[in-house]
Design a protein around this ligand. Structure first.
Ligand code: ZN
Length: 103
């Protein structure tokens, strides 16, 4: 959940984790969070609804692990099923060095 400035609602002053309720402000002062977003359209039972949930780093990886394990349960007895659990890059679509953050 985004917390906005009372003076300027366009300024986000904090982002609260929707799972644990803690601030997502990291030790360096910046906001560190993951986002889960959905905008349901035609053919969906939730048509017209839009969701945005924010997760702190810890809760993000708890959810990622839960998703990975849930998927694994469906294929655990199939050949290669355990590969889902072993995949350290599950969901990872990019990676950059921390030095890129300081530019
Ligand atoms: Zn959290």
């Amino acid at each position: 959940m985004k917390v906005v400035s009372e003076i300027d609602p366009g300024i986000v002053t904090d982002v609260i984790c929707d799972m644990c309720g803690d601030s997502t402000r990291g030790e360096g002062g910046g906001l560190q969070f993951g986002t889960m977003h959905a905008s349901w359209g035609e053919g969906s039972s939730h048509r017209g609804e839009e969701y945005e949930l924010h997760l702190c780093e810890n809760c993000f990886f708890v959810q990622k692990s839960t998703m990975q394990r849930t998927r694994w349960i469906g294929v655990m007895f199939k050949d290669g099923g355990d590969e889902i659990l072993k995949n350290q890059a599950y969901g990872l679509i990019g990676q950059h060095s921390a030095s890129c953050d300081k530019k």
